[in-house]
Design a protein around this ligand. Structure first.
Ligand SMILES: Nc1ncnc2c1ncn2[C@@H]1O[C@H](COP(=O)(O)OP(=O)(O)OP(=O)(O)O)[C@@H](O)[C@H]1O
Ligand SMILES: [Mg+2]
Length: 452
């Protein structure tokens, strides 16, 4: 006889007894191994391997995306009992495996068995929620459940309105220009400089009419967020933390994302970063990945200013559930269609860039995006005569990079932009740095177009 399916139960109120009795009915092939009073107890039971399926109330206190992710990491599938006050989409956004109508014992047993089978066969489809049961409270209105009570996929509901691209801008320590590159790349993708160039007719003719896309700049640097200060925005309302919180609760929709990401010029929106570095636990990967998914629906380009560090916190490696300080950066690198890697064009910066490119191969998440290497602040005063050739040679020789993108040094222009709280594209559109970032934008467009 097959071993009984072990179930952890964390159901609130009077329904709890009914659920436990239904699951434990003779011949069900199911054993309720723990009746958990709260989420902490459920997580502990999951971590201890006490069950392979969890049946939870939709309104279980503290149930969020991070908690569901933890259970799934521990090999526990999560079934949520639908609840009037918690729309199915919310539960789906939390990452639960299925939503089951309450008081439908047949559907519950089917869902538990299906989940246990999925655990056994190791089929780890992304946690797309399925709705099982009679319909009614908590169910979707326009997509009734099938008659036999089996699953129906509701993942196709919220079809994306756009399919935007994510660009992660990363670079080693030493302020190589990650934020400057993120900001100016975002401005170039959004055609922000072209209006300003209109005032300088010659420059406009040179570059032709820039393409204008909707762009979102996300400050995900958990060590030194600076986009808000750089653009002179109020920094007491970290947009990214707010939308990450909503994402963690399964409540991040496009209007919420748009509300926290104001337009700062042209078609450029900004999600500001955490105001104090100590707030990094507010940006767990499970939430940031949802933010980036939503962003793809909101805008054509999402540019993420990443922190410099990419390793997993080593002291915490034994604890796979411990929050990771670099989680937001790692989530961006994993999600990115293009990873822009920025280094400074001087002897120290190039050496760090070469090592950084190696480090990027060892990050604890898969990074599949196309890589574009940028050497910033190319100047002869730091590398001698013919600095472009020197930088190209060094990167080809030591890192095997033969198509580095060069950005010249323009301290006066960048300082003026900093002083005015604007992008360089708006402040000094004729700066050669702007032309270099326009070129980078064209390159990013080209590599993503080629990748389709
Ligand atoms: N091409 C450039 N020419 C001149 N100055 C530049 C250039 N790029 C960046 N800078 C200046 O270098 C400084 C650091 O740039 P930035 O803040 O973009 O680096 P970062 O890598 O984001 O640093 P942090 O580690 O603080 O996040 C800023 O003062 C910026 O204006
Ligand atoms: Mg920065």
């Amino acid at each position: 006889m097959a071993a009984a399916v072990t179930v952890l139960c964390a159901v609130r109120g009077v329904a709890e007894t009914d659920v436990v009795l239904a699951l434990g009915a003779p011949g069900s092939g199911i054993t309720v191994t723990r009746r958990c009073g709260d989420l902490a107890e459920l997580l502990a039971a999951g971590a201890a391997g006490a069950g392979v399926v969890a049946v939870v109330s939709a309104d279980l206190a503290g149930l969020d995306r991070e908690a569901v992710g933890r259970l799934r990491t521990d090999g526990v599938r999560v079934l949520a009992l639908a609840h009037d006050a918690t729309p199915t989409e919310h539960l789906r956004a939390l990452g639960v495996d299925a939503v089951v109508e309450p008081y439908d014992d047949a559907a519950l047993l089917t869902a538990v068995r299906d989940a246990a089978t999925a655990v056994r066969t190791g089929s780890d489809a992304p946690a797309a929620a399925l709705v099982l049961g009679r319909g009614g409270a908590g169910g979707s209105h326009d997509d009734p459940p099938s008659e036999d009570g089996r699953a129906r996929d509701v993942d196709a509901e919220g079809a994306a309105s756009r399919d935007g691209r994510v660009v992660a801008v990363w670079g080693p320590v030493g302020a190589p220009g990650r934020t400057t590159t993120s900001l100016e790349l975002a401005a170039a993708l959004g055609g922000l400089g072209s209006r300003a160039r209109g005032r300088h007719g010659r420059a406009r003719r040179e570059v032709g009419v820039a393409r204008h896309d909707d762009v979102l700049l996300v400050d995900a640097d958990t060590y030194g967020a600076s986009v808000a200060a750089r653009l002179g925005l109020l920094d007491d309302a970290p947009g990214l933390a707010a939308v990450a919180r909503a994402a963690g609760q399964g409540a991040l929709d496009l209007p919420t994302l748009a509300r926290h990401a104001p337009v700062v010029g042209g078609r450029l929106r900004v999600l500001t970063g955490i105001t104090r570095a100590a707030r990094w636990p507010e940006l767990p990967a499970s939430a940031v990945e949802v933010v980036l998914e939503r962003a793809r629906e909101l805008v054509e380009w999402t540019v993420v200013d990443c922190g410099a560090l990419v390793e997993a916190d080593e002291l915490l490696m034994y604890d796979t559930h411990a929050p990771q300080r670099n989680a937001a950066t790692l989530a961006a690198l994993q999600a990115a269609d293009v990873v822009v890697i920025v280094g400074t064009a001087d002897p120290v910066g190039i050496q760090r860039l070469v090592r950084g490119l190696e480090d990027l191969r060892d990050v604890p998440v898969p990074v599949a995006g196309e890589r574009v290497v940028v050497a910033n602040r190319v100047r002869s005063s730091a590398v001698g005569a013919r600095p472009e050739a020197a930088v190209r040679d060094a990167l080809a020789r030591y890192a095997g990079v033969d198509d580095v993108h060069l950005v010249p040094d323009d301290p006066g222009g960048l300082d003026a932009a900093l002083l005015s709280g604007r992008t360089l594209a708006e402040e000094e559109p004729t700066s050669p740095v702007c032309a270099a970032f326009e070129g980078l934008a064209a390159r990013v467009r080209a590599v993503t177009a080629a990748a389709v």
